[in-house]
Design a protein around this ligand. Structure first.
Ligand code: SAM
Length: 207
């Protein structure tokens, strides 16, 4: 993995992913670098697992399911303009505070199932990062494909239990991958254990 603005550094004697920016969630810092905790971040776990995300640094990003900004803060540390969609008002309050220290991070209190409500704000992007943990994760990814040109990347974390609490995760993942086929070619998949249980990470390309 070589992403401009992402490195590996030792924090408390442990080799960790790190980005440069103001701290957000109590993560260890050193010399302006902040540890990126893969146990709190599906994208961090994808990088730890060596997935080919296609990220180089400097990309324009649409991040769906930003919550209070744990992962999207790291993304904004190495990316260009970063649009962060979250539909719950309480975490967005924290996200706004995170964005105050990052001029390229734009929080949007919006529902990712309704991209038409933010299409007037979000420019075409190079990458969509999605971690919405809600039912219909493939539908959300397909609805937002309009922001990508052909060849643009989707970096998706699918949470099995959000689709179906009782079904076998493997079957749930098959269903989500089938749903993505309407808009995307899947390039790589990986389970995110031991960082996150019953999550499938997907790297896909807009067709
Ligand atoms: N990506 C975050 C991180 O790593 O820092 C954690 C995201 S959390 C697992 C999932 C988030 O998706 C929640 O904050 C939830 O409110 C949000 N979410 C779920 N459905 C959504 C939707 N339809 N539109 C926008 N946000 C949604």
């Amino acid at each position: 993995m070589t992403i401009d603005g992402v490195t590996r550094r030792a924090f408390d004697g442990r080799d960790r992913l790190a980005t440069q920016g103001p701290p957000v969630y109590g993560e260890p810092t050193h010399d302006g670098w902040r540890a990126w905790d893969a146990r709190r971040s599906k994208l961090g776990a994808m990088l730890e697992k060596g997935m080919e995300t296609g990220l180089d640094g400097g990309e324009t990003v649409l991040y769906l399911g930003a919550a209070s900004g744990t992962t999207v803060s790291h993304v904004a540390d190495f990316a260009g303009p970063t649009y962060a969609v979250e539909f719950a008002a309480r975490p967005v309050r924290d996200l706004i505070a995170v964005a105050e220290a990052r001029e390229n991070l734009f929080p949007l209190l919006k529902d990712a199932r309704k991209p038409e409500t933010y299409a007037h704000v979000v420019e075409p992007v190079d990458v969509i990062v999605q971690d919405v943990a809600t039912r219909g994760q493939a539908r959300v990814a397909c609805a937002n494909a309009r922001f990508l040109d052909a060849g643009g990347r989707l970096l998706l974390a699918v949470k099995a239990r959000s689709e179906n609490v009782v079904a076998d995760p493997g079957e749930v993942f098959e269903g989500v991958l089938d749903g993505l086929a309407a808009e995307y070619d899947v390039l790589e998949t990986a389970r995110l254990e031991p960082f996150h249980d019953d999550h499938l990470a997907v790297v896909a390309e807009k067709r």
